[in-house]
Design a protein around this ligand. Structure first.
Ligand code: BDP
Length: 698
């Protein structure tokens, strides 16, 4: 098993009792309707049921509902007998929701999967298959479910030359060279996998955009992909380079106030929609890290975003405008900049603009407090940007179960409208009655046979999708479903490996950046430790900027005595972070510069506590290895050994992190390691001398 099938393994169900109970409930499958979406739903059911039940399930027609059947089709395709048994269910779902219900026809139990639209039916079909994959009962079903967030997209940071920025799973799966004529079967499997978890959009190309994607030659290729994805309810979006009117349009400016520029974008958008009528819209990184934007012309984010929004409005497209900005002119605290630049514009963006905000104010660290923009722009739709690819978390080598991180952010209370104003409620629009809602995950997918470069990291793609559908799901539930669908339902496997996944996020925090440390990764590629780096051209690209270690202590003072970044949070949150007594220890050095002798809650000094955390991280990886060894009987050889080798590298690298960071910080603390922390066998100079010229994803 090379892992290609992801969580859609559909393995034969060995337990005879469970299998026969399923078989007796599903004697026939009966599609209502024959749209492309219903056809793929039928195909998926056949694939899943034949795989899991081992016997070929018969298909039937609407007119022959005799035995126990599984029927599926949208509301408009249902007959009165079925409709009457569904009660008010359709009132409880939105356009993408579904109902799965056991009803009775001709004295026999029948299962109906339906929704307002075919795509809801498809989501219902995947949910139904998951019930079987996870060995749940399918007697007396009555499931009503619908996504809580509208735009649920993957962001591919894929370049047109097939390299992937921050991609650690091979090259891009988009074979631009052979598109549009060659349709790799992987595109369909990609769409199936996404639809199975409710992802309904994909941004195909890198936020550091290449204007060529908007040329007719490339739009044809984009169209071909959109055609593959359409039956699966997946819309295509593109990133746009703000200077495209100059680069491919032959204009002299890209000023959003210029009439020719405005007309150019309008025509371009029209051209796109003539090829792709359900095109989703644009994702834009502007005036950030060297990307062009409206500020190049003395305009602002509102001017830029609204100009594109106007072009998209007639077609129903959206602009996802990123808030990942930090200016080189104001270097006091990078963490404050997105808020300062965007919050004053609240209420000025067009209705089809949504601001895409990273989960934290710096950049996808192993742990960051939630971004202070959440809840601060009540009149502007804000969408979440999570990173699925592990730029700062050991890339595709380290097993880190990210739903735990996502859950922590989504459940954080912003207090922006009093207690209970969680980030999840901002993202799903319920806190401020937002119509346009969204969530994006920077994809970890490449052309590796197992998609993500490490079979365990498929869980992060899966988990992102599940939380995009329902941001209130628990990471535990997600781990459980994923393990059962991907590997085995045996409790002796599920229980320990679930514990392993759930603790893996804290492990990486411990061995990389405990107690609120951040951005101390080596430079450029962000792989491995580099807390000593101090020579990059922009101060805020240097790790020393973030940890500020000196002989007195360590940490970034973001309280009123320092950068006062905490003032961007609601008063309740700000005072919690400001006060050393109440600041969560896990965020301590994010918000405070504290002395090496500062007393932690466990009575240890900061230095000792930090050293012990690094050691704990290493020990946690060691126990992940033992758990995985025990899991051997339940996992096929190939995936077992892949994960096993990777965990062993992770263990080695956790020690590398521990040793390099402790040796470095020790130069400031001048203290010896506490009992229980292993001593490095290498010198600090050795760690500093390591070079990774060809680290991936750079
Ligand atoms: C940083 C990455 C860089 C991205 C940038 C972004 O290092 O490669 O282009 O974020 O999100 O995390 O735009």
């Amino acid at each position: 098993n090379d892992g290609y099938k992801l969580w859609l393994q559909y393995n034969h169900i060995q337990d005879k009792q469970i299998r026969t109970s399923y078989q007796s409930n599903i004697k026939r499958i009966i599609p209502f309707g024959n749209s492309e979406t219903i056809k793929v739903a039928l195909k998926e059911l056949e694939l899943g049921l034949n795989g899991m039940l081992g016997s070929k399930v018969l298909s039937g027609t609407k007119n022959n509902i005799e035995s126990n059947s599984l029927m599926f089709g949208s509301e408009s395709s249902l007959n009165e007998i079925v409709k009457n048994q569904l009660g008010n269910a359709f009132n409880e779902i939105n356009d993408e929701g579904f109902v799965i219900k056991t009803i009775s026809i001709k004295g026999k139990n029948q299962i109906i999967i339906t929704g307002k639209n075919d795509v809801g039916v498809l989501y219902g079909v995947f949910k139904f298959l998951r019930l079987l994959q996870t060995h749940q009962s399918i007697e007396n079903l009555n499931i009503i479910d619908a996504p809580k967030i509208k735009v649920r997209v993957l962001n591919h940071w894929d370049n047109l030359d097939r390299t992937v920025e921050r991609g650690y799973a091979g090259f891009s799966i988009w074979d631009w060279h052979r598109l549009p004529d060659y349709i790799d079967s992987r595109y369909r499997d990609y769409a199936r996998a996404n639809a199975s978890i409710g992802i309904n959009g994909t941004v195909l190309n890198n936020v550091n955009a290449n204007a060529l994607i908007l040329t007719p030659q490339y739009l044809e290729k984009v169209e071909a992909l959109a055609n593959v994805f359409r039956p699966y309810g997946i819309k295509v979006y593109l990133t746009t380079r703000f200077s495209a009117p100059i680069e491919i349009g032959g204009l002299e400016t890209a000023d959003p106030y210029d009439a020719e520029v405005i007309a150019w974008w309008k025509n371009k958008v029209k051209e796109i929609y003539s090829k792709i009528p359900d095109f989703g819209g644009f994702l834009v990184k502007a005036n950030s890290e060297g990307q062009p934007g409206p500020q190049n012309y003395g305009r602002n984010h509102v001017d830029g975003a609204n100009m594109l929004a106007d072009a998209l409005t007639p077609f129903g497209g959206v602009v996802m405008w990123r808030a990942f900005v930090y200016s080189e002119h104001d270097i006091t605290d990078r963490a404050k900049q997105a808020y300062s630049e965007f919050v004053p514009y609240d209420g000025q963006f067009k209705d089809n603009v949504i601001i895409q905000v990273k989960n934290g104010a710096i950049d996808f660290q192993p742990r960051e407090p939630f971004h202070p923009m959440f809840g601060t722009m009540p009149k502007t739709p804000l969408m979440m940007e999570f990173q699925i690819t592990q730029e700062y978390l050991g890339q595709s080598t380290h097993t880190v179960f990210l739903p735990k991180l996502y859950e922590e952010v989504l459940q954080s209370d912003t207090y922006k409208k009093g207690k209970g104003s969680t980030v999840a409620k901002i993202i799903d629009g319920s806190l401020d009655n937002k119509v346009l809602t969204g969530i994006a995950g920077v994809s970890n997918i490449g052309n590796d046979i197992n998609w993500t470069g490490n079979p365990m990291l498929q869980a992060n793609w899966y988990g992102f999708g599940r939380l995009a559908w329902n941001p209130y799901l628990s990471s535990e539930e997600i781990a459980d479903e994923w393990l059962r669908s991907t590997f085995s339902n045996d409790e002796k496997f599920v229980k320990p490996v679930k514990d392993m996944l759930l603790s893996s996020r804290e492990a990486v925090v411990n061995y990389m950046t405990p107690l609120g440390l951040h951005h101390i990764m080596d430079t450029g590629h962000h792989y491995g430790p580099g807390p000593w780096v101090s020579d990059l051209s922009r101060p805020e690209w240097n790790p020393v900027y973030y940890h500020k270690a000196d002989s007195l202590g360590v940490g970034f003072d973001r309280t009123p005595s320092g950068s006062n970044a905490t003032a961007q949070y609601a008063p309740q949150v700000a005072s919690k972070f400001n006060n050393l007594e109440t600041c969560p220890e896990e965020d301590l050095l994010w918000f405070h510069h504290v002395s090496w002798d500062f007393k932690l809650k466990n009575g240890k000094t900061l230095w000792d506590g930090m050293a012990l955390k690094y050691q704990e991280g290493v020990d946690q990886v060691a126990s992940m290895i033992s758990i995985w060894e025990e899991a051997k009987p339940y996992v096929d050889e190939e995936r077992f050994s892949d994960v096993y080798m990777l965990l062993n590298i992770q263990h080695k690298e956790a020690k590398w992190w521990r040793d390099a960071c402790l040796l470095y910080f020790q130069e400031f603390s001048q203290k010896s390691l506490p009992v229980g922390v292993e001593k490095s066998t290498q010198t600090l100079d050795y760690f500093k001398s390591l070079k990774f010229t060809f680290a991936p994803g750079n």
